[in-house]
Design a protein around this ligand. Sequence first.
Ligand SMILES: NC(=O)c1ccc[n+]([C@@H]2O[C@H](COP(=O)([O-])OP(=O)(O)OC[C@H]3O[C@@H](n4cnc5c(N)ncnc54)[C@H](OP(=O)(O)O)[C@@H]3O)[C@@H](O)[C@H]2O)c1
Length: 215
Amino acid sequence: MGTGNLAETLGRAWAGAGHTLSVTGRDPQRVTQAVDRIGRAANAVDPADFAAQVDVVVVAVAWDGLTAALTLIGADAGRLAGKTVIDCTNAIDFATGALKPTSGSAAELVARTAVDAHVVKALHLFAGASWPYEGPQDAAPVVAICGDDPSALERTTTLIRDLGARTAVVGGLTAARQLEEAAGFVMRVVAAGHNPRSAVPDVDPALLRAAPAAS
Ligand SMILES: NC(=O)c1ccc[n+]([C@@H]2O[C@H](COP(=O)([O-])OP(=O)(O)OC[C@H]3O[C@@H](n4cnc5c(N)ncnc54)[C@H](OP(=O)(O)O)[C@@H]3O)[C@@H](O)[C@H]2O)c1
């Protein structure tokens, strides 16, 4: 769902991994242009027909259009019920990293709007241009994800593996706000002139596990 930068870059990466893509959006001309840029694995689909044609929905629209986009594909009428819905949106001012005022997380808004869908927060932190990752596996990006449905988390993990990355499941959907704030943190560090890679501690979980418990 979406025809912008993220939809296109993810679409191209998944097409390269052998997936077939259905692309939809509010503007048929933009949908056709996105499909042309993604290539032969992508099909332009009318929003009304979209839900019936897909197993997994990737929500890649501007935060301001999130509810409208979900309504366009019938999410509020239960048309995504039982499907995995991956929410990639950021409710963030990109220039400053400031979070836009929301009640709860964007992913929880998606879950409230998309009746009975299995929502996973994922892929909001890395630029779309990061995919596919083709470097050494031990340096592959770790995509933190969260959600309440185990099969939806599993499907998302498979799709992220197809981008060349690994996943860390950090909790249920209530963890989404924290994941979304992490994107704001990253942008604030960038806005302050630093690489966010240098702004988080280097913690080896194996060493933490091996450390004796404090008495
Ligand atoms: N770009 C990235 O690298 C990246 C990475 C991680 C997360 N994200 C997040 O992914 C989302 C999309 O980012 P983007 O860079 O792809 O943005 P973008 O290039 O500006 O595209 C925005 C998309 O949202 C659609 N949209 C806006 N308002 C809408 C509405 N009312 N109803 C239906 N569709 C609407 C636009 O449709 P029209 O074309 O018809 O205007 C377009 O398809 C954002 O939430 C962003 O924070 C982006």
